[in-house]
Design a protein. Structure first.
Length: 110
């Protein structure tokens, strides 16, 4: 099961790297960053194929997208000097709490 979460973390990292390259590609006019973007996105989806075999897709997608949004917002603030309101920061805090709760209790059913 730990291996599955390593694949999920790898997919999140690849998706975040690809997304961070979007502004660098300048509307896909720069070839090198565009190629790396495609490789990162394809790698993210490839790694996700291993994860959805072991975990429910709702859990996988919620974790992948939630932590991806959180990480991209933080990195956008650091690298692209994009501002974050206190409401956005609070929302990201709730995303992390939600992802944590979902993963802690995903094996329990109602």
């Amino acid at each position: 099961m730990l291996k599955t979460y390593f694949f999920l973390v790898g997919a999140i990292i690849c998706e975040v790297c690809g997304t961070m390259l979007l502004p660098v590609t300048q509307n896909f006019t720069k070839v090198t960053p565009t190629v790396f973007l495609a490789v990162f996105y394809l790698s993210a989806f490839y790694l996700l194929t291993f994860v959805v075999d072991k975990l429910p897709i709702a859990i996988v997608y919620g974790t992948w997208s939630g932590l991806g949004i959180f990480t991209i917002a933080i990195l956008g603030y650091i690298f692209f000097k994009q501002s974050l309101s206190w409401q956005a920061i609070l929302g990201m805090f709730f995303i992390v709490v939600g992802v944590t709760l979902v993963n802690m209790y995903s094996s329990k059913t109602i």
